[in-house]
Design a protein around this ligand. Structure first.
Ligand SMILES: [Zn+2]
Length: 467
């Protein structure tokens, strides 16, 4: 990624409202003296960064799609009692998978961190394994000693193991657990609420991934990390509980700014009385929502995993030492909101050559179930798609788009919020909803093939030669 200091400086001087309304903000505007400077990162950061690469990254989590059973097989050896960990089963999922609580530390400040309540959002869970290794294997590290003495950390990794088994957002019943904080209809949500009531955290961390296509504000830059201090009411008032959360979010930004300047955003503060972060704030825990978006080329989110780890350590350290007190709320407020979501791949200017239909000039838009790896693609739109912005585009002028015979099938899920599930008609081979399986060919019969998209983009040939 390229650094984008200009816009960063510009954004830090603007109020969030200004950013939202000013959609034609020039990137070349000069920063005014009222810009809130981001303080230097913590002095320990370079050392911990280096330590991470050699001694903290836990092996066995190189693929971001893993089952809970696999993750626990990797994490459990790190959780030895003599290293201060206590692990207990606290419930069972709908499909009877164990839900576990890990506890570490002897301090008086209680912190609750829960991950992967959406089953396909695994970045934080990978980073938690690294954090366990840090806490367990580096007892003499000053950061660990400070945490051990001043905090008690409560972890609930993989709140949604049934969803993780399918690498899907929702639980086995199709329920979004992060909309079940009020009803507590699911065993997973009830288990999280019971743990919250038991440990009465002063701080909470609600750990997620968000869609890769999100842009930071009005910019063209993808959001790598998004932060939110969830509101506890519709007015999004700020009380003492939220003040602490906003400070901690500012600490996370400060630590990650050297890596991700311009790629850090925040979520909007619309109150949702069904969402956990909103209610844990209401219940008195200073809660920070962390969302991992994407870094182009970081296909398995391994780079983002490390940054997530560093951000969490910075947040926890500021809690253990109390150093977040007095951090400027502008560090959080000045972040651009998550803006547009850019679709994944556009083929511009090709000619559809579907058997039985006349050849037709059309752009073709493809979204992937895994946008960074470009796998499991489906047609999202077709026709004159104008100047629509996308994460990647391919010039298909002069080429025919020919469906791969006999393989076009119906796609059921493109994005978690796709509500077209009642439409059971099988789409034609290149219409929205169809699996993205076609070739780019110099002839309409698909004999002189220059590029193939077989649901997945071939990493060895991501684009047609010469494009
Ligand atoms: Zn989520």
């Amino acid at each position: 990624m390229r650094p984008a200091l200009t816009l960063c400086l510009l954004l830090t001087m603007m109020t969030p409202t200004t950013i939202a309304r000013n959609t034609h903000m020039p990137e070349t505007a000069t920063a005014a003296s009222s810009a809130t400077p981001v303080p230097p990162p913590p002095a320990w950061l370079p050392g911990l960064d280096a330590l991470y690469d050699t001694q903290l990254r836990v092996a066995g989590l190189e693929d971001r799609s893993f089952t809970a059973e696999h993750w626990w097989s990797v994490a459990t050896p790190l959780l030895e009692k003599q290293r201060g960990f206590r692990t207990e089963e606290i419930g069972r999922s709908v499909e009877d998978r164990p839900l576990r609580h890990v506890r570490w530390g002897t301090g008086k400040t209680s912190v609750l961190l829960w991950s992967q309540m959406h089953g396909d959002e695994s970045t934080a869970t990978m980073a938690l394994a690294d954090l366990f290794r840090f806490l367990g294997e580096h007892a003499d590290h000053p950061l660990v000693k400070q945490l051990q003495a001043n905090t008690t950390l409560h972890f609930f990794p993989i709140v949604n193991p049934d969803g993780a088994a399918r690498f899907q957002r929702r639980n086995a019943q199709g329920i979004d657990l992060n909309r079940d904080a009020r009803m507590l209809a699911t065993p997973e949500a009830r288990t999280l609420k019971a743990l919250f009531d038991q440990v009465k955290p002063k701080y909470g961390f609600n750990l997620h991934d968000q869609r890769v296509g999100y842009r930071a504000g009005d910019s063209d830059r993808g959001t790598a990390i998004a932060l939110l201090s969830p509101p506890y009411n519709h007015a999004a008032d700020v009380n003492e509980v939220r003040t602490r959360a906003i400070e901690v979010a500012g600490v996370i930004r400060t630590a990650l700014e050297p890596y991700l300047a311009g790629h850090i955003a925040r979520w909007d503060e619309e109150f949702d009385p069904r969402a956990f972060g909103d209610l844990t704030t209401q219940w008195g825990a200073s809660t920070v929502l962390i969302e991992a978006g994407g870094i182009e080329g970081d296909v398995q989110k391994q780079r983002l995993r490390k940054l997530y780890f560093l951000g969490m350590v910075a947040a926890l350290d500021s809690i253990a030492t109390g150093s977040h007190a007095g951090v400027s709320p502008a560090l959080y407020r000045d972040l651009p909101e998550n803006g547009d979501v850019w679709p994944d791949l556009m083929l511009r200017g090709g000619t559809l050559a579907v058997p039985g239909h006349p050849p037709t000039r059309a752009d073709l838009l493809v979204n992937f179930r895994n946008p960074l790896a470009e796998t499991d693609g489906a047609i999202a739109d077709v026709g004159d798609l104008g100047t629509k912005k996308v994460r990647r585009s391919i010039d298909a002028r002069g080429l025919f788009i020919v469906p791969i015979a006999g393989h076009a099938g119906e796609r059921t899920v493109i994005e978690a919020n796709d509500d077209d599930s009642e439409d059971t008609r099988a789409p034609a081979p290149l219409t929205p909803g169809a699996s993205a399986r076609f070739v780019l060919s110099r002839d309409p019969q698909g004999r002189d093939v220059v590029w193939t998209l077989d649901g997945n983009v071939d990493p060895a040939a991501p684009s047609p030669p010469g494009s």
